[in-house]
Design a protein around this ligand. Structure first.
Ligand code: CA
Length: 397
């Protein structure tokens, strides 16, 4: 069973008047890089990268550098392929697009390996602990009119009232674009909509220095938030430690980190309580298993970051199915020692429409796909439609 073809797809969808802000950027277009790997017996595997960075660089890494090395190799040895290609890229690509590209390839090869054995990826990873995963929503971004505080707060009240009826297990709110005092008002609206005791988390996308993060963290503690994600920039390990030491709210981070080596440092240096590798960026299933070993040995729970298409959601479900309780108890408690899945609720037609059967909530959970490989079917006509969306382009009239 040898690799015969490798093809990348750059997907892009304009979200028009639904554009929104995180603390770092305005999103008016959603994008993704999908890889399709075909074997000499006609098996097709799918992988993904490039959802929160530009999709072109990982596509170029695959097309120009990795694909020529993949053609003719065994398709059912993803860990060996990852290690070989990582070694090849080490001198120029320990982080960033090369590792995103390797992640997409790795996911596709695990998909193929599973299909070749008629088993889901979670079985190949060593066995599932759970067949469904409690889902938390990611939402409450900022609208274009975020500088009009009264209008923004009213829109947030409407959004949270609707989200509170969707049956999510927990909800994560964006913070960091506006002054702390305004975000504190936003937290209070969210708490009011979901009610006391409902699990809430906050994500600053590294908007703060350590002192401001601690000030915000006190407000999160007062509203009984369960984690504070990316309080400071990922390079500021001292800042992470300072924030974590000052606050009782657990600190989460890692979506900007790569491979076992990046997480060895982030976790080993005491920066986080919850590690958030993105399977489509940090090194696929092959590296996730090493990251989980490092995290578990430090008493850190792994809750993968997910912001991509249905392929990314399927990959996350396959992996989360296998994650141990950290620490072990007879029965897990979601968010306390039982991992959950990030279910992004911001506008993204690629996430909602790329699969033949989209993921939907069942009792606040997403079911782990049980079919061979990733266990999902890509709608190839939708893939073509999203791929054909014209690039915004550079320059011109
Ligand atoms: Ca995040």
């Amino acid at each position: 069973m040898k690799i015969k073809g490798v093809k990348t797809f750059i997907l892009r969808q304009d979200i028009g008047d639904k554009a929104f802000y995180s603390s770092q950027a305005r999103f008016s277009v959603r994008s993704s890089m999908i890889v399709r790997i075909e074997t000499d017996d006609g098996t097709v595997g799918w992988g993904e990268a490039g959802q929160y960075g530009p999709p072109e660089p990982p596509a170029a890494c695959i097309d120009e550098v990795l694909a020529p090395q993949l053609i003719g190799r065994r398709a059912d040895e993803p860990v060996r392929v990852f290690d070989d290609l990582y070694a090849f890229c080490r001198d120029f690509g320990q982080k960033g697009p090369y590792i995103e590209a390797l992640s997409a390839v790795d996911i596709a090869l695990w998909d193929i390996w599973g299909q070749s054995l008629g088993r889901p990826v979670h079985a190949l990873m060593g066995g599932a602990v759970r067949d469904r995963v409690a889902a938390y929503g990611t939402g409450c971004y900022y609208p274009d009119f975020f500088t009009d505080t009264d209008r923004m707060l009213k829109a947030l009240a409407d959004e949270t009232a609707a989200l509170a009826k969707t049956g999510l297990t927990a909800m994560k709110v964006k913070i960091g674009l506006v002054p702390v005092e305004v975000d504190v008002e936003r937290l209070s609206i969210v708490r009011g909509a979901f009610g006391p005791g409902f699990p809430l988390m906050a994500d600053a996308n590294h908007a703060y220095n350590a002192a401001t993060a601690i000030r915000m963290g006190r407000a999160l503690e007062a509203e009984k938030f369960l984690w504070f994600e990316e309080p400071v920039v990922p390079e500021d390990r001292d800042g992470y430690r300072r924030v974590r030491a000052a606050l009782d709210v657990p600190i989460a981070g890692g979506e900007c980190e790569y491979t076992r080596y990046g997480f060895r440092d982030l976790i080993g240096e005491g920066c986080v309580d919850i590690a958030q590798p993105d399977i489509c960026c940090a090194g696929g299933f092959s590296e996730l298993q090493k990251i989980v070993a490092i995290a578990t040995s430090h008493g850190v729970m792994t809750v993968p970051h997910v912001w991509g298409s249905g392929i990314a959601v399927a990959a996350a479900l396959q992996a989360i199915a296998t994650l141990p309780l950290v620490p072990h108890t007879a029965v897990g408690v979601p968010l306390q020692n039982e991992p959950v899945i990030e279910f992004d609720r911001s506008p993204n037609p690629i996430r909602d429409e790329l699969l033949e059967t989209p993921f939907t909530l069942e009792d606040g959970c997403l079911p782990v796909p049980q079919g061979p490989g990733l266990g999902v079917v890509v709608n190839e006509s939708k893939l073509e439609e999203f791929t054909n969306y014209p690039s915004p382009g550079i320059g011109g009239g």
